[in-house]
Design a protein around this ligand. Structure first.
Ligand SMILES: Cc1cc2nc3c(=O)[nH]c(=O)nc-3n(C[C@H](O)[C@H](O)[C@H](O)COP(=O)(O)O)c2cc1C
Length: 187
């Protein structure tokens, strides 16, 4: 199984990076091949709504998203990690998500093109607020949105309270994230 991680935080050594890498570690320990992409190292422009992808079947923006489209094609599963900014996914995560529309069928039905349908997905959010349930409505909505895009959402993980205790310092989180990664492979 190929598992691709996308870290939609500008901080390469931040909480989101730690979380996604632990999930990938768990997947690796169960035999998966993994690769990780850092938003901070990539140039991913927002969707221009030019509808070029409807005509040509390809996004016309020649930026690093082209590498991610290729990686996504090879991947059986995606781990999308995002910090919560103002109660929503970071702009880096939103740009990536919007650009996925180039891989949706031309009539903008929720049907993903064949090679993408049914890909497994783990959504991992990190947030400063210590109450993991504080933004549940938004997390549930986001999960449903990815289900509509025909991802097979396997897990929705929330790492809370990162302002006072960084993810790497939180008791038991290491095991919880690695278990999510191994379960992704085994289920
Ligand atoms: C611009 C900005 C907005 C944020 N908004 C929220 C928020 O609405 N709720 C929250 O709990 N934490 C919020 N945070 C805190 C981050 O979600 C949290 O620190 C996260 O773990 C950062 O991830 P990173 O270490 O990967 O950068 C915000 C941080 C920034 C920089």
């Amino acid at each position: 199984m190929n598992v691709m991680g996308y870290i939609a935080s500008p901080r390469k050594n931040g909480n989101t990076a730690w979380t996604v890498n632990k999930i990938l570690e768990g997947a690796q320990e169960h035999g998966a091949a993994t690769e990780v992409w850092y938003a901070g190292e990539l140039d991913i422009r927002p969707c221009q709504a030019c509808m070029g992808c409807v005509k040509s079947d390809r996004c016309v923006l020649n930026d690093d998203m082209q590498k991610l489209y290729a990686a996504l094609k090879q991947a059986d599963a995606l781990v999308l990690g995002a910090p919560l900014y103002m109660g929503q996914m970071s702009a880096q995560a939103k740009a990536f998500t919007d650009r996925l529309s180039a891989q949706i069928s031309p009539r903008f039905s929720p049907r993903f093109k064949e090679e993408n349908a049914g890909k497994k997905l783990i959504l991992a959010f990190t947030q400063g607020n210590p109450d993991a349930g504080k933004f549940q409505t938004y997390y549930d909505y986001t999960k449903q949105m990815f289900q509509l895009l025909e991802f097979d959402v396997k897990d929705l993980l929330v790492v809370a309270g990162t302002r006072s205790d960084s993810a790497s310092e939180q008791d038991g989180l290491d095991v919880r994230m690695k278990t999510a990664g191994s379960t992704l492979v085994s289920e």
